[in-house]
Design a protein around this ligand. Sequence first.
Ligand code: NDP
Ligand code: X2W
Length: 344
Amino acid sequence: MRAGIIGVTGYGGLELFRLLTAHPEIKEVFLYSSSKQGQLLSDEAPHLLGINENKLRSFEQLETDELDVLFCSAPSGVSSELLPPLLDRKMRVIDLAGDFRLKEADTYRKWYGKKPPNTSFVNKAVYGLSEWNKKEIKEAALIANPGCYPTAALLGILPLVKTKLINPKTLIIDAKSGLSGAGASPQKASHFTKANDSLSVYKMNKHQHIPEIEQTLKTLADTEVNITFTTHLVPMTRGIMATMYAELADDIQSHTVSEIFNESYKSKPFVRVFKENTDLFTKQVYGSNYCDLTFAIDERTNRITVVSVIDNLIKGAAGQAVQNMNIMVGLNESEGLQQSPLFP
Ligand SMILES: NC(=O)C1=CN([C@@H]2O[C@H](COP(=O)(O)OP(=O)(O)OC[C@H]3O[C@@H](n4cnc5c(N)ncnc54)[C@H](OP(=O)(O)O)[C@@H]3O)[C@@H](O)[C@H]2O)C=CC1
Ligand SMILES: CC(=O)N[C@@H](CCC(=O)OP(=O)(O)O)C(=O)O
């Protein structure tokens, strides 16, 4: 198969490049850039010197019949302009940005502050939460790859919301991300002197992933709810930890919660359910497509705490995108994604 990557010089794009060039079924990867056409990828990413010496192509050089699948890893607002003509030419696309995730145009306008994409393409897009939407992903021509925070949060909370083990109205998601979550271009909040040795909170009650999580709880767990979701920046390169709190429905014992988690993920190669009260850390999934989960029940408050960790650039972006490609083209979903986490 031949794959293309738009936005390959960014953090998500570089991870796509790394995964796709090691993928056993991918014979060639074409690289597209909006700003560095004609340069080598290694000019921008010196760690790739000698590994890929192909020139970055312009979008005008993108021939749909050359590619079996195209990944778009550009900032939000770009893919809604760039992708429709390619989709019209029957290109199979996996988009890593938020453009095609939210079904309501007004919701996209409100939370992203941008012009929403054409409704007909939004309607065609399938939400690529691999473990929960496999049937639809298999049939999709356009996949809206989930956001990094929603991936971590939803994998942790969906089993409990779906089985009504918690009261969803009491759900609070407290999430922390490494700096690569903010992308490669310099930003104030991730500037070394501000981020180092410090912890910051941002976009309180305004984060664009709030409607994405709410929409998915509605579509995949038939639960309409407004959530409380807070994001923090942690001075580490990669990783997300989502810590989620909710009131338990009456008299739920921990063995029931364990059973639900184990049952939900028993045949899912990338979700690892740890036993109750395990101390998790983001580095245990670093560089891998795993999402690790644990929980603890507080009998004094009748609340449950669920903890989920992922690598934002892999399970939260490029890894899940490759997993979705595998599902879409009928390969084993683990193909090319079986690397162990990098530790220490
Ligand atoms: N970082 C993360 O953890 C996650 C990111 N995402 C989403 O994935 C997408 C990529 O994120 P990330 O890699 O972090 O971002 P980066 O800022 O690191 O990279 C984005 C890349 O997009 C390209 N680009 C910029 N402007 C345009 C444009 N106008 N037209 C076409 N291409 C453009 C640039 O490459 P060039 O100049 O070479 O074209 C740039 O390197 C974003 O939508 C982000 O929200 C989703 C999940 C997790
Ligand atoms: C640490 C950090 O800044 N993370 C980014 C994640 C961006 C992202 O993934 O954006 P979309 O999913 O909306 O495309 C943020 O919180 O906005």
